[in-house]
Write a protein of this length. Structure first.
Length: 299
């Protein structure tokens, strides 16, 4: 059997969309269609139900997907063994999911280092939240994920703490709470302010919201954004406060566009490397894991 057909089948099962599958595999959409039809003909069964805007696996497709992924993994192991025995370079494609903070502030350095040490390892970044990252690991859409989470414990996932990101409470320089007069600012005073926070599911934003709402009689105004840049821009305009990893506001603090607020002490948020526990780690994935460890150990 041509494993290219199985690879297309597995990708379409993940994406649920012919266009997205073609883009992921760098194929024409017509080629994806031909691959799926050929595989269905070879196996004598329909693998997908075609809907107007998507595809879903049939019962037969769901039963066959696990075996197809096992065949693809066996092929990957075979190629890795052959490359290692011939002394060839590490090659392969690695899909890494991470939040906006890490994608913008930390991972460009990792990718640059990998291009120098393993130029034939192709790494793809997918900005994602925690829930989507966990689903992506379980479905096989992601090989690895980096999470900014205090807790990341899942029975089927392997987790390694790489580092911790310091958090900082910031406002515009002209805000009444900006700066440090030595007295510090308590929860009661903060609970009267307007906060621009990252979307729900962000561990440090959710914790701040809980702490603010726990103040007796508190009525903080909480606005959530899917983008850290949107929250940062609102705060720089003098509209309120935000809590963000220091690495995302270091430049703005240096340039005077933002100022620290001397509020309560916020614990650093851990950086967790997560993968599917039962999944074989290809040489390319191991190379990315090693570089992530080196990068964050020196961060």
């Amino acid at each position: 059997m041509d494993t290219r057909l199985l690879r297309t089948f597995a990708a379409l099962a993940r994406t649920g969309n012919f266009t997205a599958t073609a883009a992921e595999l760098h194929l024409a959409q017509s080629t994806v269609t031909v691959h799926v039809r050929t595989l269905e003909k070879d196996l004598g069964t329909r693998l997908f139900d075609r809907l107007p805007r998507s595809t879903v696996l049939t019962d037969a497709g769901r039963r066959l997907l696990t075996d197809a992924e096992a065949v693809l993994e066996a092929e990957e192991r075979l190629r890795a063994t052959a490359a290692a025995s011939s002394g060839g370079p590490v090659t392969g494609r690695v899909v890494l999911g991470a939040g906006e903070t890490l994608c913008s502030a930390r991972l460009p350095g990792v990718i640059a280092a990998l291009r120098r040490s393993h130029p034939e390892v192709e790494i793809h970044l997918h900005p994602t939240g925690t829930a989507d990252a966990v689903e992506g690991l379980r479905s096989g859409r992601l090989d690895l994920a980096l999470l900014l989470e205090e807790q990341a414990e899942y029975a089927d996932l392997a987790t390694e703490r790489l580092a911790a990101e310091p958090l900082v409470l910031v406002a515009a320089p002209g805000h009444p709470l900006a700066g440090d007069d030595g007295s510090g600012i308590g929860w009661e005073e903060l609970s009267r302010e307007h906060f621009f926070l990252h979307e729900q599911g962000c561990s440090y934003s959710d914790r701040l919201a809980r702490d603010l709402l726990a103040v007796p009689g508190a009525r903080p105004r909480l606005t959530r954004f899917g983008s850290i840049e949107a929250a940062r821009s609102c705060v720089a305009a003098g509209l309120g406060l935000t809590l963000l990893p220091r690495v995302t506001v270091e430049g703005a603090l240096r340039e005077g566009r933002l100022a620290e607020v001397a509020g309560p002490r916020f614990p650093d948020v851990p950086v967790q490397l997560v993968r599917l526990g039962r999944r074989w780690l290809s040489p390319a994935v191991r190379a990315v894991v090693a570089e992530l460890g080196r990068h964050f150990s020196g961060a």
